[in-house]
Structures are given as structure tokens and as C-alpha cells.
Design a protein around this ligand. Structure first.
Ligand SMILES: [Zn+2]
Length: 139
């Protein structure tokens, strides 16, 4: 699943918990839950660059809009996105040999794929819902 999708859900976790540790933990759980929804994954550097840049713009905007929740929003975003670091390291460094540990990456939990464009549209819907509730809870 895209970085921006995981990040948006992590922001929602931050707005929901309003607590940095709670946001981090819930963000990690949200990563596993989202990976189980059939989705599209890209495998290009350009796609990753656009995705990561978009996510960081959203994170910055939300922290600016809700400065009182800046910490929980950041930690929710970290919890929601950090599990994919092990996936990114494998792609960046072909010689990277460490086993995947996160349950939705190791095969312990399902990680179904969905073709373009349905696999993209489902992620746009998730982003919209998460940001809507993040706005609602952040006020
Ligand atoms: Zn993942």
C-alpha cells in the first residue's frame, strides 16, 4: 500500500488518540490492517518519489493546521509508515538480506494485490476517509 495511504491513516490515529505513544502503537496496527485490504503497489522510483512527497506535504499541512496535535500526528504517521522501511531497504539495496519481520510483509498476514485502477481508487478512498476524520477530530 502507498506511503500516503499509510501516513493518512497514521494521522487519523494521532487525531484519534491525541497521544504520541498511543498514536505510534495504533499507527503500527493500522499498517497491518491496511496491508490486508486488496491494493495496488508501485515498483518505480518515480512513483515512490511522488508518493513520499505527497505524504510529507499532507503531514506538514496537518501539523500546521493542528499545532496542538503536532506530536501525536507525527508519531501516528511514523507508526503507520515505518514498517515499509524494510520493504524499501530491499528495493534500494539489492544485497539486503535481512528477513522481513512485519506480519503483513513476512507472510503471517495476507497482503493481497488489486490491479490498477481499482487498487489505486481504494487507496484514494481510504485517504479521503482518514483525512476527513482527522479534520473532524482535530478541531
Ligand atoms: Zn506494508
Amino acid at each position: 500500500m502507498y506511503f500516503t495511504t499509510h501516513l493518512s491513516c497514521g494521522l487519523f490515529c494521532g487525531a484519534l488518540t491525541k497521544n504520541s505513544l498511543g498514536a505510534l502503537c495504533l499507527g503500527l496496527v493500522s499498517h497491518a490492517a491496511l496491508d490486508m485490504i486488496p491494493h495496488h503497489d508501485y515498483d518505480s522510483v518515480g512513483g515512490a518519489a511522488v508518493d513520499i512527497a505527497s505524504g510529507l506535504v499532507i503531514l506538514s499541512a496537518m501539523q500546521t493546521l493542528f499545532p496542538g496535535l503536532s506530536g501525536p500526528l507525527l508519531w501516528g504517521a511514523i507508526g503507520g509508515t515505518i514498517p515499509d522501511l524494510e520493504v524499501a531497504l530491499r528495493r534500494i539495496f539489492p544485497g539486503y538480506k535481512l528477513r522481513r519481520l512485519f506480519p503483513s510483509h513476512s507472510g503471517l498476514l495476507p497482503h493481497p494485490q488489486r490491479e490498477f485502477p481499482k487498487g489505486v481508487l481504494v487507496q484514494f478512498a481510504i485517504i479521503a476517509v482518514c483525512l476527513f476524520f482527522c479534520f473532524s477530530l482535530g478541531r
